[in-house]
Every structure is written in structure tokens, then in C-alpha cells.
Design a protein around this ligand. Structure first.
Ligand code: IPD
Ligand code: CA
Ligand code: CA
Ligand code: CA
Length: 258
């Protein structure tokens, strides 16, 4: 399949820019909030309306694409052949509900199973991080250079709070070796910190839409994305993922085994 990568990147940027403007207005409005799997797993009317709009726009432009999305407007996707879009309409819904600044919207695109393009908007900062392995990575129009290959003691780490509290995967030992723990509550915002070297590790149980866009951007910049047991990543299932510098991922894979 021949795809015009520049045209698709511009499509993603325009779409996220439109979504970002809407979400910024929505964030200060009253919301209808429901729970999903638990008391702290929330969904709002804006998660649903945003996803519906994004899915419609993708279908309009790329009718051949399959769409994996969080709130049910996408397709049932069983394999990664052809063009697959991953949509997380609001990433950091809890932050969005609590009127915090750190939430994002994300779209990842894979072609025949390989990372192709990713785009994340930090809604409040109005910054879009976008690009891919054959295109380069940009913050709005500005090229992003690869972050330094920092070691664990040199950097801050972000681990989901249930994981670190239960010391799953020896995660507390990882924190102790680092410069400190930060927990932002939005994968998209954490990917932003990783690509600029402001954090050196993210460790969390992630669904496909949480991981897709960030994986494209991080790998394009020389960061490493691995599963906790170093098995191949399956983009169609939820799994425990570690994302960080090459040095940190090697060290974490050793630490989790102990
Ligand atoms: C959540 C956030 C959070 C991560 C959760 C995700 P959502 O996404 O990215 O940081 O720890 O696993 O589910 O539900 O707000 O899109
Ligand atoms: Ca959610
Ligand atoms: Ca998410
Ligand atoms: Ca979401």
C-alpha cells in the first residue's frame, strides 16, 4: 500500500489541533461522568463525542483503514495487516475530570504491523508531537532531536501508582536507583517527557490506544519500548510495557527479574 506520509502527518496534526481546541473548551464545562471497570476508571461524554468525531474523520479520509479505539466507535480488529489507526480520544480522563492540566489526545498509525506515524497533543500547552521512523519527529513545526541515552540514576521515572505501591515487578527497587518518581496520570504527557529526556522510564499496564502513538514517537527517537518479560509487543492486546532510554530499559529488565 502506497501512502503519502506527509499528507497523513498533516491530516493527523490538523485533526488533533481541531480536537485540542474543542477539548480545551470542554475541560471547563460540566461533564457527565460514568465509571467503567472500577470507581477510578472514568469516561465522560467528551471522551465519547471526541472519539466519535475522530473515527468519522479517519474513515472519511482513509476508508480502507481499521480503527482500534477506546470508547467503542472503532472496529473489531483481529490482525495488523494494512493500515491500522489507534485512537485515544482523551488520555488522562481522571486529570481532565479533576480539571488538571495534564491530559492529551493521541492517534497512532501502523502499516502492516510496523509503527508508521504517531501524534499526541498536549491540549493545555497546545503542543503537538508528531512524526514517525521514516519522517522525523516534530514538536509543532520544530524538529525534535533524540534525547541523551541517560542511565537510571541520572533520570526521573514514571510508574503507574498501583504498580509501584504493590511493588510489582520489583518497581520500588527501580525507583530507588533513579533520580526520583513522578506520576502524571496520562501516558501521552509521559511520552512527551520521555522524548525530551525529562524522564527516562515509563512503566505501566497499557492498552493498545495508550501505547500506539507514543511507541511510534519514542522508537523514532532511539528510545526503547519493551514488554516487561522482553517478549515481542502485541499491539492488539493490553500488556505491561516499559519505555525509556536504551540504558534504562536494559537495567530495568535485569532488575525486574531479581
Ligand atoms: C490512562 C492514563 C494513565 C494510565 C492508565 C490509562 P485514560 O488512560 O494513560 O496514565 O496509567 O493505564 O488507562 O483511561 O485516561 O485514557
Ligand atoms: Ca479510559
Ligand atoms: Ca489512555
Ligand atoms: Ca482515554
Amino acid at each position: 500500500m502506497k501512502i503519502d506520509i506527509k499528507e497523513m502527518d498533516e491530516f493527523l496534526v490538523d485533526l488533533l489541533s481541531e480536537i485540542g481546541d474543542k477539548l480545551l473548551i470542554d475541560s471547563s464545562k460540566d461533564k457527565s461522568v460514568d465509571t467503567k471497570s472500577s470507581r477510578i476508571d472514568l469516561v465522560t461524554n467528551f471522551d465519547k463525542s471526541t472519539e466519535k468525531l475522530v473515527v468519522e474523520k479517519i474513515k472519511e479520509k482513509y476508508s480502507e483503514a481499521a480503527i482500534v479505539s477506546e470508547e467503542g466507535y472503532g472496529d473489531v480488529v483481529n490482525n495488523m495487516s494494512g493500515l491500522v489507526f489507534f485512537v485515544d480520544p482523551i488520555d488522562g480522563t481522571m486529570n481532565f475530570v479533576k480539571r488538571r492540566d495534564d491530559f492529551a489526545s493521541m492517534i497512532g498509525v501502523y502499516l502492516d504491523g510496523k509503527p508508521f506515524l504517531g501524534a499526541i497533543i498536549d491540549v493545555v500547552k497546545k503542543e503537538i508531537y508528531h512524526g514517525g521512523p521514516d519522517y522525523g519527529v516534530f514538536k509543532n513545526d520544530e524538529k525534535v532531536i533524540s534525547p541523551k541515552n541517560q542511565s537510571l540514576p541520572e533520570g526521573l521515572v514514571d510508574i503507574s501508582w498501583p504498580m509501584v505501591m504493590a511493588d510489582r515487578f520489583n518497581s520500588q527497587a527501580v525507583v530507588k536507583k533513579s533520580s526520583g518518581l513522578r506520576i502524571y496520570g496520562s501516558a501521552g504527557i509521559i511520552f512527551e517527557h520521555l522524548i525530551f529526556g525529562r524522564e527516562v522510564l515509563y512503566m505501566s499496564y497499557l492498552a493498545p490506544w495508550d501505547l500506539a502513538a507514543g511507541r511510534v514517537l519514542c522508537e523514532s527517537l532511539g528510545l526503547r519500548v519493551a514488554t516487561i518479560d522482553d517478549s515481542p509487543i502485541n499491539m492488539l492486546k493490553s500488556q505491561v510495557v516499559i519505555v525509556g532510554t536504551q540504558k534504562v530499559i536494559s537495567e530495568v529488565l535485569k532488575t525486574v527479574k531479581k
